[in-house]
Design a protein around this ligand. Structure first.
Ligand code: PLP
Length: 431
């Protein structure tokens, strides 16, 4: 398999100066918008990139070597960049879909998988979105970009902006995990800590916009991050032989991952590449301390009420109000899935259990999905023989604070200057 470490090496073979992007379309009222200038939202709601899918179906061969390059950018034909020389990439290699054999057996589930997005640059799925968004930002001539973040998006923006040579500003809640803040600083971003939640960060960013002229890269206010996230779904379908698994569980915050997965499904139907057009049932998983989508889903509403006093250890999904709420809710319903909230206390238990049973360290956001899974199986909404994929959206190692909570086990210490007394060690470790 050919591996694209850096897109610059691929340019000689694949360099292209056009794309199949036709326009941007309002997700709310369907109006068309020009992609040749930098766009944000229309009537307060997101814009979606639209492609000439019929032309792709005619001109692009699904099984070409290029498509099997094992890299996010091998899906370039379904991405919006016009000129390959603008691509900002660290080589976003396809993430593995790993079977959790031991845990699956314990839970009585035959086909339980994790798609491990923690392998990506900056340790989360956010790099997919930022790779595409910064490529477009460079293409459109932007010089200064800013983002409100729950953590991981800030680190990804900072890294890709550094590579693209753009100035980056990151607004994050003051209690964001420390590693998230440090990585932004390391990549040279200007970091502003906000006493509040991600919505307050967005408000602060927009207040400074006139003065600082930065481009707002917020989730779904910028149309191309979603396109990068969409590649999670394209890649997953490819791994399953151009079809989707029956069930996908995803930790939902701002919603780009979930909406991107659904967009991938729709576009693959549009280009006719699926061997089996059955949609995956999408489940949006949230923590009880911040579950606007789960509440709206239960009530049958199309948009979600903002959550007051949002709190959860799973900082990436501490999003009290999402601009793409209706897009998430529409996708969940169209897919035949659902949204649900689980207790906060389950997060630490699942972080520890998944890592110890199968050696996959999951982030707190993904831990929420495991509790949701168990509940969905118990209530019969997921069958034991179904193919289930849970997205591990970020690297557990970035959450030092959560790791401390998840690892209650005491450790033994030895002083090599003294004879070792194994009895206290045995009792401490519990052997
Ligand atoms: C690790 C992790 N998981 C999930 C999410 C939720 O993202 P979204 O709902 O936008 O896909 C985030 C967002 O910050 C995150 O960092």
């Amino acid at each position: 398999m050919q591996v694209l470490e850096d897109l610059s090496t691929a340019h000689a073979t694949f360099a292209r100066m056009s794309s199949y992007l036709t326009h941007l379309e309002s997700a709310w009222d369907g109006s068309r918008h020009d992609f040749r200038s930098a766009q944000t939202i229309h009537a307060g709601r997101p814009l979606l990139a639209r492609y000439d899918l019929e032309r792709i179906a005619r001109e692009v061969e699904r099984d070409s070597t290029y498509f099997n390059a094992g890299c996010m950018w091998s899906f370039r034909d379904l991405l919006p960049v016009q000129d390959d020389s603008n691509i900002v990439s660290f080589g976003e290699l396809a993430t593995p879909t790993i079977q959790l054999g031991r845990l699956g057996e314990e839970l009585g589930l035959e086909h339980l998988f994790v798609k491990d997005e923690s392998r990506l640059p900056t340790g989360s799925f956010k790099s997919r979105g930022m790779s595409v968004a910064l490529s477009r930002a460079r293409e459109l001539g932007l010089k200064r970009v800013a983002v409100p973040t729950a953590g991981n998006a800030g680190g990804a923006l900072a890294a890709y902006a550094a590579k693209a040579g753009l100035e980056a500003w990151v607004f994050m809640p003051s209690d964001t995990p420390e590693v998230n803040r440090l990585e932004c600083q390391l990549y040279g971003a200007r970091v502003v800590l906000v006493e509040g939640l991600i919505g307050d960060c967005g408000a602060a960013l927009r207040e400074g916009q006139r003065q600082f002229q930065w481009f707002d890269m917020s989730t779904l206010r910028e149309p191309y991050r979603l396109e990068g996230k969409k590649t999670m779904g394209l890649e997953l379908a490819q791994h399953f032989g151009w079809r989707f698994p029956e069930v996908i569980l995803y930790p939902a915050g701002g919603g780009t991952g979930l909406i991107g997965l659904w967009k991938a499904y729709e576009e693959l139907c549009g280009v006719g590449w699926l061997e089996d057009r059955r949609p995956p049932r999408l489940y949006a998983c949230q923590a009880e301390g911040c579950a606007p989508i789960a509440r709206a889903f239960e009530r049958g509403e199309r948009t979600a009420e903002p959550v007051a006093d949002a709190h959860t250890l799973a900082s990436g999904i501490r999003v009290p109000s999402a601009i793409g709420d209706f897009m998430m809710l529409d996708a969940l319903r169209a897919s035949g899935g659902a949204a649900l909230a689980v207790p906060e206390s389950s997060i630490r238990d699942w972080m520890a259990r998944v890592a110890a049973s199968d050696g996959v360290a999951i982030c707190p956001e993904t831990a929420v999905c495991f509790e949701a899974l168990v509940r969905l199986v118990a209530s019969g909404r997921i069958a034991r023989d179904e193919e289930i994929v849970i997205f591990n959206t970020g690297a557990a190692y970035k959450y030092v604070e959560a790791l401390r909570v998840a690892t209650g086990e005491p450790v033994a210490r030895i002083d090599p200057r003294r004879a070792i007394d194994w009895n206290p060690i045995r009792s401490r470790i519990g052997v």
